[in-house]
Design a protein around this ligand. Structure first.
Ligand code: G4P
Ligand code: NA
Ligand code: NA
Length: 192
């Protein structure tokens, strides 16, 4: 998506360790009118999918998912991250090992908010190694809902998450795919 690529080139900052900071417009300060345009683009790409629910994970996915949801006219449900689990049987849970943060956490979601009748679109800001997204997919499977696809704002194409998710047969739409980045150059994979 050209608008997004231009914004990343203008305001994104590459940090050591292959981290792309976009916190002036996407995941700390948020440019709402801009993110609204991303919402329209996700709707265009998933126009044929009978989405009943948007699922994301705290924290930075939530605000983005809310703006996207306006165009699908469906609720947003966000999974929570928990360090230790008080299992009471009322929650879907999945264990996530974050490669980036070198920590293990549980992704949890109340069973009340996802079930076999649902058609789910996953939304998140970044896809890197994909551990968080794999956790969400696991939860969708446990709920026996139908996974319609995943919409990601920025995929880091040089990390393994995108390939892993596509190889599972999941319809993955990333609005920008960064193929390489250094202090003074950033390249995108051609992608509508
Ligand atoms: P992982 O397996 O390495 O943990 O990869 P994953 O794709 O799950 O990403 C881990 C976390 O790091 C995610 O946020 C993701 O948004 C963030 N992330 C990965 N690469 C970048 C990057 O280049 N720039 C920025 N800004 N973030 C990146 P999180 O910590 O799980 O959650 P939250 O920030 O949404 O609370
Ligand atoms: Na995130
Ligand atoms: Na993040």
């Amino acid at each position: 998506m050209q608008l997004l690529e231009e914004r990343i080139l203008k305001d994104g900052i590459v940090k050591p360790g292959n981290v792309l900071k976009v916190d002036s417009f996407l995941n700390h300060q948020m440019d709402i009118e801009f993110i609204n345009e991303l919402g329209k683009e996700f709707k265009r790409r998933f126009a044929d999918a009978p989405i009943t629910k948007i699922l994301t994970i705290e924290a930075s996915g939530i605000g983005i998912a809310c703006l996207v949801a306006q165009y699908f006219h469906v609720p947003v449900v966000f999974a929570k991250k928990a360090q230790s689990l008080n299992l009471d049987g009322e929650m879907f849970t999945s264990k996530v090992e974050s490669f980036t943060h070198k920590k293990v956490y549980d992704v949890i979601l109340s069973k009340k908010f996802l079930g076999p009748e649902d058609h789910v679109l996953l939304i998140d800001d970044f896809l890197a190694n994909g551990c968080a997204l794999m956790g969400l997919i696991d939860i969708v499977n446990k709920s026996r809902a139908t996974l319609e696809g995943a919409g990601i704002v920025i995929e880091k194409g040089f990390q393994e998450g995108g390939k892993k998710i596509r190889d599972m047969g999941v319809r993955l739409e990333s609005l920008a795919i960064v193929d390489s980045m250094t202090d003074d150059s950033l390249t995108f994979r051609p992608n509508n």
